[in-house]
Design a protein around this ligand. Structure first.
Ligand SMILES: [Mg+2]
Ligand SMILES: [Zn+2]
Length: 189
C-alpha cells in the first residue's frame, strides 16, 4: 500500500530552525531547507495529501503572538503553493510545555487531528520528522514514521542507533521514495 497522506513536522523538516532554540517570529526569518520545496512538489504530483503538525510553544510562552505565527505560515503556504507543493492543512500546538495539553508532540493530538481531517486511513499515512518526539507522537497515534537528516535529524538518527526508522537525507529524497512507491507498508513502531 502506498502512502497517500504525509504529516510533516515544520522546523528542521521544511525550514531551518531558529538559532539558539528560538522561534521563527517573522516571515523574513522563514528559510526553506534545501530540497524542501522540491519535496513538497513531488508529493503533490504523486497525489499525496500534505499536512503540517508543528509545536510552536513560543506563543504559549508569550514569546510570539498568534498573529506573528499566522504571518509566518501565510508566507510558508504561499511559497509552497507557488512552487507546486501546496499544503493541505497546518496543525499547530501553541501551548507552553507546562500547559499539559494533548497536542504538544510527543502527545498525539496534532497527528490525530490531521488524520481526522484528511479522509485518508491511518495505514496510508506517514509522519515525517527530525526529532524523537515526532516519531513518538506518530507511534502514539498509531501511524508509521520516517526521519529526515535535516534539522535535528542526524542527532536523532545517532540517538536511535539503528532502530528501524526509515531515514532519508532530506524531504526531497523521502518524497521521491514515497512517489516511487519505494516506501510502503512500514511496520508501525
Ligand atoms: Mg523539528
Ligand atoms: Zn497543545
Amino acid at each position: 500500500m502506498k502512502y497517500r497522506h504525509v504529516i510533516l513536522d515544520r522546523d528542521g523538516v521544511l525550514n531551518r530552525e531558529a538559532p539558539r532554540a528560538g522561534y521563527i517570529r517573522d516571515p523574513r526569518e522563514f528559510e526553506w531547507l534545501p530540497g524542501a520545496l522540491e519535496g513538497l512538489a513531488a508529493l503533490r504530483r504523486a497525489g499525496v495529501r500534505i499536512s503540517i503538525a508543528t509545536n510552536q510553544s513560543g506563543v504559549g510562552r508569550g514569546l510570539m503572538t498568534a498573529a506573528e505565527l499566522e504571518a509566518v505560515h501565510a508566507r510558508m503556504l504561499a511559497e509552497a503553493a507557488a512552487s507546486g507543493g501546496a499544503l493541505d492543512a497546518v496543525f499547530v500546538c501553541p501551548h507552553a510545555p507546562e500547559a499539559g495539553c494533548g497536542c504538544r508532540k510527543p502527545a498525539p493530538g496534532l497527528i490525530d487531528a490531521a488524520l481526522a481531517s484528511g479522509g485518508v486511513s491511518a495505514a496510508e499515512t506517514l509522519a515525517v520528522g527530525d526529532d524523537e518526539r515526532d516519531l513518538e507522537a506518530a507511534a502514539r497515534a498509531g501511524i508509521a514514521a520516517a526521519l529526515v537528516r535535516t534539522g535535528k535529524g542526524r542527532e536523532t538518527e545517532m540517538r536511535l542507533c539503528g532502530a528501524r526508522v526509515p531515514t532519508y537525507d532530506d524531504l526531497r529524497a523521502l518524497a521521491q521514495a514515497i512517489a516511487a512507491g519505494a516506501l510502503t507498508g512500514l511496520e508501525k513502531p
